[in-house]
Ligand binder design. Structure first.
Ligand SMILES: [Zn+2]
Length: 264
């Protein structure tokens, strides 16, 4: 006797096969929907679906529309939330690897570091600036952005101070860099011996938008990072941590640091 669709499917093999296929399709659809999270992306400023394309959410949890990654969305979210009107502030970005800031900023400038070129000149249309010794006047910018740059700077104690020099009083250096919870004291990974860089640990590289595409990791920052950065720069470093999958904010090393220059 036939009581249900599955009884019917068993009794009629052709129908059974198509029900099985429909079942597989349903399961596949359910998997796709489970892995995707609907929400708002601060990089492309629209409703989207977030999806992880790998095991490392920090680099793999993408916006389905603009392919931004979590730390980029978090930095834009901090700007949108805590710096309303930032789009009209004079903003400098060092070593940008995307256009999420430049597409909204009306007073945007950027620079990259080309070791062999003269500071302040242009290389292939891009301004050359060394974060440790910039050619900008004091009190030039409202906001200064570095995204995953500070782990590649040789002397961050110098660069942190230099950025505050070119910021206006009350301005902010807003940045990302990996802070390792497992490391108690921040440590340099390299040493300059007679003008040459020597590795103290097995060298590690990240992607670089210029040069040979590789950038040596020079510092591992640990739990003392904010204290250190405040002391280095003379500013006040505040850390933002946000976990919210509906904003696409998930993964390791998502901190956004805001280092303020004193108002006067
Ligand atoms: Zn997006």
């Amino acid at each position: 006797m036939i009581h249900s669709l599955s009884d019917l499917a068993r009794a009629t093999p052709v129908l059974g096969a198509s029900l099985k296929r429909a079942d597989e399709d349903r399961r596949e659809l359910a998997r796709l929907l489970r892995d995707k999270k609907a929400g708002y992306c601060h990089c492309c400023r629209q409703e989207t679906l977030f999806e992880s394309i790998g095991d490392w959410d920090r680099d793999d949890y993408l916006c389905g529309l603009c392919f931004s990654i979590p730390r980029q969305r978090h930095l834009q979210m901090i700007l949108d939330t805590y710096f309303p009107g930032w789009e009209n502030a004079s903003l400098h970005e060092s070593s940008p690897s995307n256009d999420f800031l430049s597409r909204y900023s009306s007073a945007y400038s950027d620079s990259q570091f080309f070791e062999d070129a003269a500071p302040g000149t242009r290389v292939g249309g891009v301004r050359n600036e060394n974060l440790e010794k910039m050619t900008f006047d004091d009190n030039t910018f409202d906001l200064f952005i570095t995204q995953d740059v500070f782990e590649h700077v040789l002397n961050p104690q110098v660069a942190a101070k230099e950025i505050l020099r070119v910021l206006k009083p009350g301005g902010a250096h807003i940045f990302t860099t990996p802070k390792h919870r497992t490391i108690e004291m921040s440590r340099t990974r390299v040493e300059r011996v007679e003008g040459k860089i020597e590795d103290l640990f097995v060298p590690e590289f990240h992607g670089n938008p210029v040069g040979d595409g590789r950038s040596l990791v020079t510092w591992d920052y640990g739990r003392d990072f904010e204290e250190l950065f405040t002391a280095w720069s003379g500013g006040t470093t505040v850390t933002y941590v946000t976990r919210d999958r509906s904003l696409g904010l998930e993964g390791e090393f998502l901190e956004v640091f805001v280092n303020r220059k004193p108002s006067r």
